[in-house]
Design a protein around this ligand. Sequence first.
Ligand code: KIV
Length: 263
Amino acid sequence: MKTILDFANKKNKKEKISMVTCYDYSFAKIVAESKVDTILVGDSLAQVIHGFPNTLHATIEMMALHTAAVSRGAGNKFVVADMPFMSTRKGLETAMNDVQKLMVAGAHAVKIENVDGHAELIKHIVESGVPVMGHLGLTPQSIHQLGGPKIQGRSQTAAEKLMNDAFIMEQAGCFAIVLELIPSVLAEKVTQNLKIPTIGIGAGSGTDGQVLVLQDMLGMNPEFNPKFLKKFGQGHTHVLAALNQYAEEVSSVAFPKPENGYE
Ligand code: KIV
């Protein structure tokens, strides 16, 4: 997928959208070769790449640096970059400067968590020619306010608010919305009531697409096993085995062989 028009087309044709996060050039090149539709340079890079406990530690400098690396490897894939923690809460000028940094780094769109206090900003970004993806449900930048990584939208009031927030995002001009960790029935209802596509994570199969963190779906972290996650690879096992084989062959002088050397 190359443009936001492809997102709308997929929804119209009832074709599912596949998205993965990506944070660096070498993985971006592999995603570019794959059938995955689109890439998110998520602020989850604070955890996955930099080892912080949550996404609050992602800065605009980190987001722009990783977005630039990904965009150099992403080929024709549509790249969305996360607006980091607090970047949308310090006034229009700061927000627009950060949008500019991500777009100049090579993003094709930015993603913004939550809509409270953001509707006018989203309109302004869209009117400035920059596509915006929304993010509702579990919004990790509000992890302390939410009391942890809990399922959102379970009560009727919370479900109604989420539905209303999704409408506000759509009206503000978002071209798609990520729905994270909400009941499948609610995600399906939101999806059916919106014109724009929804992309779910921990939101069941009734959304217009799915997104997973690349390292999670590759099985890089054996300790991370939430119910919503399917591991499509045994990354940790394979990488560990390769490292151990390398170390053993260096130790036994099985590597390098004569053919690995130069005359
Ligand atoms: O930062 C991220 O990885 C995300 C996805 C979980 C949707 O926002």
